[in-house]
Write a protein that binds this ligand. Structure first.
Ligand SMILES: *Cc1c(COP(=O)(O)O)cnc(C)c1O
Length: 335
């Protein structure tokens, strides 16, 4: 535990992040977990997911970390900054053309002394293949290679820390927790916590990309592998792997969870947006005084607002939405 505290103290991470009550629609109060306020750079769920990984890296004196991401990646940005502060060498495998102008995210990484390796879209697809990872690790002499988005089974433990904070801040369990979903690790962490503590909480994920079936499978696999970490050899989980991408699978699952795939929410794809969502984001800022990033939180808060006005959430009394941070990524140009 002292290790945990010292790493957060070392990096000036402000925990617990505030749990704030906001009024989204008239007479509709929703709590918002402000993980965007954890740190000016290592923001939001990227810190939560990296915490267990970096604790292990520091404890075992890892000197060189590598990871994957796009040119605007919140994960590479958070990890690059943490590594420079911890005196760990960092290599970023970036899905981008070496000749294209550096994004603000990549400029920051350069400034922090990261080594950038540009790979094509095709090569980037290999990022989960074992032989490719071994090759990358050997070529660049990387000691610890972290998957894209920090989505590992151990990352789920960092999400549990966030859930513990919420429990202290609001001892009555929420009926509904809403969040954006991309790699599924944050959602998997919340589901795992709820399962472990047997809470009656529904977890509602908002897909920020087109990925029906695919995202569910990511979540299930992460929860499953984390359970195996907890209790080696005990797989007491009931689940059915998704085999058909086109039919939403019916999961036999003790935790009530669901990912919503609506085109008015994901806006046709990752990092895509539309005029309606941008107007919502602007109005949200005027009304509440804090910013939603365009890639993740504009979509989930827009979804919350829409579902409330459609009266689909009326049967939930205590509702919470997670602000996952990610504002640095907004320095992108959207067309
Ligand atoms: C990465 C990211 C997400 C998605 O979280 P997953 O755990 O990958 O599903 C959501 N919000 C922000 C700000 C992110 O950077």
């Amino acid at each position: 535990m002292s290790n945990v505290l010292s790493l957060e103290a070392l990096l000036d991470i402000q925990t617990p992040s505030p749990l704030q009550c906001i009024e989204i629609a008239p007479k509709q109060s929703v709590y918002c977990k402000r993980d965007d306020l954890l740190h000016p750079i290592i923001s939001g769920n990227k810190w939560r997911k990296l915490k267990p990984i970096l604790e292990r890296a520091v404890a075992s004196d890892v000197k060189h970390i590598g990871s994957f991401g796009g040119a605007y990646s919140n994960h590479l940005h958070a990890l690059g900054f943490a590594c420079t502060r911890l005196g760990i060498k960092f290599t970023a495998i970036v899905r981008a053309h070496p000749q294209s102008p550096l994004t603000p995210t990549l400029k920051d990484l350069n400034k922090w002394g990261a080594s950038l390796k540009f790979v094509s879209r095709e090569e980037y697809q290999l990022k989960t293949k074992h032989c490719y990872l071994t090759q990358i690790q050997q070529t660049f002499n990387i000691e610890m290679l972290i998957p894209e988005g920090g989505a590992t089974a151990s990352s789920l433990g960092g999400i549990a820390c966030m859930m513990e904070e919420i429990h202290i801040q609001h001892p009555q369990a929420f009926d509904l927790i809403l969040l954006p979903v991309a790699s599924g690790a944050t959602m998997a962490g919340i589901i795992h916590y709820i399962q472990k503590h047997q809470l009656q909480t529904k977890v509602l994920g908002v897909a920020v990309l087109k990925g029906q079936g695919y995202l569910e499978e990511l979540v299930i696999n992460l929860v499953q592998s984390h359970l195996n970490d907890d209790n080696p050899g005990v797989a007491e989980f009931n689940y059915r792997p998704c085999t058909d991408q086109h039919t939403p699978p019916k999961y036999q699952y003790r935790v009530n969870w669901e990912i919503i795939h609506r085109s008015d929410f994901h806006a046709s794809g990752y990092a895509k947006t539309n005029a309606l969502q941008l107007a919502f984001r602007q109005q949200f800022f005027v009304q509440h005084g804090f910013t939603l990033d365009k890639v993740y939180n504009t979509k989930s808060f827009f979804a919350l607002n829409q579902l409330l006005s459609e009266k689909s959430l009326d049967h939930f009394t205590h509702k919470m939405i997670l602000h996952t941070g990610g504002l640095q990524g907004d320095r992108a140009n959207f067309d």
